[in-house]
Design a protein around this ligand. Structure first.
Ligand SMILES: Cc1ncc(COP(=O)(O)O)c(C=O)c1O
Length: 396
């Protein structure tokens, strides 16, 4: 038998395995061996999906809503997405400007495929959500990374972005609140960035995955600015807002021709997101919203606890997360000695020795931080932070 010469297509070599998924897999493996692992790696709510949403899925099943739907999602769900967005943010999207996707990640992927040509530059503030880099690379684009200031809480400003805009810039990506830092963009800066991009005919992609989890400001969408809809593309997700990570429902809001292009791609790849999950999503968006408020209140308590405990570790700094459910402490004090030369080694050793799963900052573009998800119970946070404290004291 003749072995296949180049067994894997070249374009796959432009991407790497998601490090957040890898941490989850390593932690699961250790747990399966009977080790008591505290998991701060998972970027998903520890709350169950609210009952009203689950019931809507059960009703959908009972009513045999189990067939193909339109590839880009049901008209009912598109309408519900547009109405929720209008109610929350004062936008005016029509169903023709909406696509339902298999999670927010799928919306981001399809947006890149539809908008980025080989050689196009895409501006990405650091630290960034892991997936942006890989999906831009996969589309043949070139990532242009923009440093932010840890002392200013990693927040992104127009003056940071502007020097990186060139004739080749196709898109700027913003993610507020940010995964991994929890940074929230100032409205004025957001609008200044829109001004920079719209004036030059550059897309501004806003990833609104954590838009409801804000600790000291009101939910805001840059798409609500008059005229923004022409160049702003929104990637949205129900995963975190409604504790629906496994249901895989996200959406894009963008000018109709872009939605058409993404829909074409979707019609040849995933086809429709799961029919039952779409019915559940309609209930999530149209039903009572109290569960979101309740989750936010709980995350706030945990945020305060986690930041306090991290800052109490000698030598560790932690910027205050103003949204989402992640802390992004600087653990540089424990690097460069004892064989712990980078945050990959740090995360590995914390997992192996202290049995705490954290995500190395390298995954998000910085080299002295780790990401801690506080979407886990106070009891787990206490246990894990005790262990982390001891580990850092021992190795710093
Ligand atoms: C910033 C950001 N955007 C989008 C997503 C996509 O979430 P999902 O595909 O589960 O809807 C995530 C998930 O972790 C995220 O952190």
């Amino acid at each position: 038998m003749q072995a296949v010469a180049n067994p894997i297509a070249e374009r796959i070599s432009s991407i790497s395995e998601s490090s957040t998924m890898k941490v989850a897999a390593d932690a699961t493996r250790l747990r399966a061996e009977g080790v008591d692992v505290v998991d701060f790696g998972a970027g998903e709510p520890d709350f169950p999906t609210p009952d009203n949403i689950k019931r809507a899925a059960i009703v959908a099943l009972e009513q045999n809503f189990t067939k193909y739907t339109p590839a880009g999602g049901t008209a009912e769900l598109k309408k519900a997405v547009c109405e929720r967005h209008a109610q929350d943010f004062g936008t005016h999207y029509q169903p023709a400007e909406c696509l339902i996707t298999v999670g927010g990640k799928h919306a981001v992927f399809n947006l890149m495929q539809a908008l980025v040509n080989p050689g196009d530059e895409v501006v990405i503030p650091v630290p960034y959500w892991v997936t942006y880099k890989d999906v831009v690379n996969y589309a043949g684009g070139k990532c242009v990374f923009v440093d932010t200031d840890e002392a200013a809480g990693f927040t992104v400003t127009a003056s940071m972005i502007e020097p990186h805009l060139t004739a080749r810039t196709r898109m700027v990506i913003v993610n507020s609140p940010s995964n991994p830092s929890g940074a929230v963009m100032d409205r004025g800066e957001f609008e200044k960035i829109l001004h920079l991009t719209s004036r030059r005919g550059i897309y501004l992609m806003t990833d609104e995955c954590y838009c409801k989890f804000l600790y000291d400001s009101e939910p805001y969408s840059i798409a609500s600015v008059p005229g923004a809809k022409e160049t702003v593309v929104v990637a949205g997700s129900l995963s975190k807002t409604y504790a629906m990570t496994g249901w895989r429902i996200g959406f894009a809001l963008a000018p109709a021709p872009i939605i058409g292009a993404m829909g074409k791609l979707q019609s040849h790849s995933t086809s429709n997101p799961t029919s039952i999950a779409q019915k559940a999503a309609v209930e999530a968006l149209r039903g009572p919203q109290e569960s979101v408020t309740a989750m936010l209140a709980e995350y706030r308590k945990r945020r305060d606890f986690v930041v306090g405990r991290l800052r109490a570790i000698p030598g560790v700094q932690c910027a205050e997360p103003r949204g989402a459910f992640y802390a992004y402490p600087n653990v540089g004090v424990a690097l460069g000695k004892n064989g712990i030369n980078d945050t990959l080694a740090f995360s590995d050793r914390v997992l192996q020795e202290a049995h705490v799963a954290v995500v190395p900052g390298e995954a998000f573009g910085t080299d002295r931080h780790v990401r801690i998800s506080y979407a886990t119970s106070m009891k787990e946070l206490e246990r894990g932070l005790d262990r982390l404290h001891q580990f850092i004291v021992k190795y710093s």
